[in-house]
Write a protein that binds this ligand. Structure first.
Ligand SMILES: N[C@@H](CCC(=O)N[C@@H](CS)C(=O)NCC(=O)O)C(=O)O
Length: 317
């Protein structure tokens, strides 16, 4: 992480913990939006490009939220993407030639923390992805995935004019409620289990997690989607955790009461989503496995498991 703009090389997956050993996630600090004037200027043709770039890691569920939203909304052309290597180095996320990542020679930076110090010379905190970068002003617009997907959906509507609405007004209340229901127990819940520093904190996270998965299994008995009868941002937020579960969390984070593949209705839901290219093309199982299993604190040998074989891998070929 960075302290007053200087990189500290000791990376600890536990960002913060409470006195019971519970994992606490850092909150995001850059929470701006793209200037409406710039969006209007692109729309009118006064300027050619939006001048923003998205920095992501395929391993990262939060970053993958933004990739899926970008593709679903037809923003792939408008917003270029840079993909870091899946393993966090001693200097954090970097471009170092891993297959499927953006080649280092195409990038003006080597490490993601360089974006943070360009944006704020005195920045203290973790240098996380995703980062929505302002190429015109050389600064970070936003580093919070929840904001970035709303920004793509709402603020850029003038430009994408997509038929897809990931957060329609009529469902907003239900979307927020669903997101909240799954955030602490599932999206962040897997990390609470994996990075717990006491037996009690781990067991608490484990119990919460499987209560939510059991609830979801019932939910998908009747429902096709997370909320209402259409695809929304809640599906994106749910999917990115589910698709990492059997290949990473089950083993590495010890969330091993059951696999997603054991849940019939949730598995059918996964099939439904993976038939949509925005979901399948932004899921890179090799990066996910290589990245999670490179976390030395949890897997000192660095050996990446060969399995599992899952039926939905067929959609990713
Ligand atoms: N609140 C952020 C969380 C992003 C986040 O935690 N990203 C992780 C990767 S999955 C990261 O970059 N970690 C680097 C670190 O903690 O040093 C979001 O949702 O955008």
């Amino acid at each position: 992480m960075l302290v007053n703009g200087v990189w500290q090389s000791k990376w600890d997956p536990v960002q913060k913990k409470d006195e019971q050993g519970r994992f606490i996630r850092q909150s995001s600090t850059f929470r701006k939006t793209i200037s409406p004037d710039r969006i209007a200027a692109v729309k009118s043709g006064d300027i050619e490009t939006l001048g923003v770039r998205l920095y992501v890691a395929y391993i990262c569920p939060w970053a993958t939220r933004t990739l899926i939203a970008r593709s679903l909304l037809g923003l792939d052309e408008l917003i270029p993407v840079s993909i870091v290597d899946p393993q966090l180095s001693d200097s954090g996320w970097r471009f170092n030639g891993y297959p499927g990542s953006t080649p280092a020679q195409q990038e003006s930076i080597t490490y993601i923390h360089q974006l943070y110090t360009q944006a704020d010379r005195e920045y203290s905190g973790r240098a996380t992805v995703p980062v929505l970068w302002d190429m015109a002003d050389n600064t970070i617009i936003n580093n919070e995935s929840a904001d970035i997907i709303r920004l793509f959906n709402n603020d850029l509507r003038l430009l994408h004019a997509s038929e897809v609405d990931l957060a329609p007004e009529s469902l907003l209340h239900e979307i927020d409620r669903f997101n909240e229901r799954i955030y602490n127990t599932l999206n962040n819940g897997v990390y609470r289990a994996g990075f717990a520093s006491s037996q009690g904190a781990y067991e608490e996270a484990y119990a919460d997690l499987f209560t939510t998965l059991d609830w979801l299994e019932q939910h998908f008995e009747k429902q096709q989607y997370a909320v209402g009868d259409q695809l929304t941002e809640s599906d994106i937020r749910l999917f990115v955790t589910l698709v990492r579960f059997d290949v990473a969390y089950y083993g590495l984070f010890k969330t091993n009461k059951a696999q997603i593949a054991d849940y019939h209705n949730i598995s059918d839901y996964m099939d439904r989503l993976l038939k949509i290219p925005a979901f399948s093309k932004n899921t890179n199982i090799d990066h996910i496995k290589a990245g999670y299993y490179s976390i030395k604190a949890l897997n000192p040998t660095g050996i990446v498991p060969a399995g599992p074989e899952l039926r939905w891998f067929d959609y990713l070929k």
